[in-house]
Design a protein around this ligand. Sequence first.
Ligand code: HEC
Length: 146
Amino acid sequence: MRVLISNLPAALLLLSIVATQAIAADIKNGSRLYNQYCISCHGQQGKGDGDRAKNEQLDPRPRVHANGDYMNMIPDMRFFRVIKFGGRAIHFSHIMPQWQHILSDEDIIDVIAHIRSLADPPFEPGMVRGCMIPVPENERTGPIKQ
Ligand code: HEC
């Protein structure tokens, strides 16, 4: 319940941004932030093969953001939530850190736009409905795709 309540303002903010398109995503900023904070685990191309993923044998492994078959089915809101509040906020691993004290909400939206750009097959607008999709266990711990 605590998790739900703490996520509510973020949910409303994202909805209002998307609904009014008050803020356009700045993918360049997203890419810069991703390279600064995320590639140590997720890898520069989003293949889940960053140095920490390799050296620390993280389990579960960092999500393969390049895997469009999986990523293209996940609504923006879930990415927003997991990036802002960390893995635990959506019952994922605590290894995925929270970024709410480092990234602004606008930064997170920019990072999501960058993540979407890494997908193969490519992400197309309209692929995702606003619903929450459960994550199959095998995706969460699956092998790193090269
Ligand atoms: C310390 C390593 C680490 C860092 C740094 C890290 N992540 Fe993660 N991330 C993970 C792990 C591990 C998972 C998988 C968690 C699980 O499956 O339970 C994950 C999962 C995710 C997911 C998956 C969401 C889903 O719905 O499947 C997203 C999105 C994500 N990370 C974004 C980011 C972004 C953006 C950054 C940088 C701001 C970042 N991560 C930094 C380790 C990391």
